[in-house]
Design a protein around this ligand. Structure first.
Ligand code: UDP
Ligand code: MG
Length: 312
């Protein structure tokens, strides 16, 4: 008999002691019903401070498919997921949250899209029950801005519930940047994508580990890593100010020497001169920023291109 394909399920865990047993029970049901595949269930404990690890160790003992990666402290979900992807052995991996917000019943659909040729399958949230207005507005603007300023298009409502083909996993593992948003990196990698729509369930136990500020930081980090536009802002501002104050200065000059009817006070003229100089300083900052942007992309050290290798 031919060996079954292995599929790795990767889930980050941070203070989910109440959710873990439920999640695992639901996951088992789904996984057991898909007997064409072997599964590897990777749980990455991201420095939980509750009893999550004990729950995971229990499962690990009873179920040989379970593998626990225990991070030494809380590194954040993005890095926890990365650890899971680095360690998985499957022909494909599926990553999803352990807080029951990503419905495990969808796993067979992810797999069938993959079998039909998709290399990345992305879960897209139809609506999010129980999310505050601030969070909704935040994500709305985040996607608006990031799609404006960056070359990598990020679909709004696209979640971390994703399947990656082995080929994509291998390319993902080559990326070395430290400040990362897993989703954005996967989007940057490209490959053939398919989407699956699902309704996110409300969180039952525990609380969302991402506070407002943690989310803001993530949003800024990913903007900075996907785009150098923020670096250019100073330069643009400088150009605008220089032009504006230059025109104003010229106007003052003309009224003074040509029509000889100066009605600008000394301080007003001084203000225009200073404004002009500030504009020039900002332009210089913008120039420096361009060099920094260059350094930034060299340091990020992403591969120049990614090649799709044909499947065996
Ligand atoms: N998580 C993690 N580390 C963290 C915060 C969260 O591994 O520092 C995990 C968490 O256990 C859950 C997933 O990431 O499985 C999503 O977390 P959360 O529900 O807090 O985020 P949201 O649903 O608001 O995106
Ligand atoms: Mg959640």
């Amino acid at each position: 008999m031919e060996d079954k394909k292995i599929i790795s399920i990767i889930t980050p865990v941070y203070n989910e002691e109440k959710n873990i047993p439920i999640f695992y029970a639901e996951l088992q049901k789904v996984v057991n019903s898909m007997d064409k595949y072997d599964f590897e269930l990777i749980f990455v404990n991201d420095g939980s401070r509750d009893k999550s690890l004990e729950e995971l160790r229990k499962m690990e003992k009873e179920d040989e498919r379970v593998m626990v990666i225990d991070l030494s402290r809380n590194f954040g979900k993005e890095i926890a997921t990365t650890a899971g992807i680095n360690h998985c052995r499957g022909e494909a991996c599926i990553m999803l949250d352990s807080d029951l917000q990503h419905p495990v019943e969808k796993i067979p659909e992810f797999v069938s899209k993959w079998e039909n040729g998709a290399e990345v399958v992305i879960g897209v949230r139809k609506k999010n029950n129980g999310e505050g207005l601030v969070k909704k507005m935040g994500s709305f603007f985040f996607y608006k801005i990031i799609n404006r300023i960056s070359d990598t298009k990020v679909m709004s409502n696209a979640t971390d519930y994703r399947l990656l083909d082995r080929m994509v996993i291998n390319e993902f593992n080559k990326l070395t940047e430290k400040n990362r948003m897993t989703r954005a990196l996967i989007d940057w990698l490209g490959f053939k994508r398919e989407y699956i729509y699902f309704e996110a369930r409300p969180r039952i136990h525990g609380e969302a580990g991402y506070s407002f500020w943690k989310l803001m930081r993530l949003a800024f980090n990913s903007m900075i890593s996907l785009s150098i536009f923020p670096l250019r802002i100073a330069g643009y501002l400088g150009i605008i100010i220089t032009i504006f104050s230059g025109v104003l200065g010229l106007f003052i000059f003309i009224t003074n020497y040509v029509t000889e009817s100066l009605d600008f006070s000394g301080p007003a003229i001084l203000a225009v001169v200073i404004l002009f100089l500030i504009g020039i300083v900002l332009i210089c900052l913008g120039l420096i920023a361009l060099y920094i942007a260059n350094i930034h992309s060299e340091v990020n050290n992403r591969p120049l291109y990614v090649v799709r290798r044909s499947r065996k």
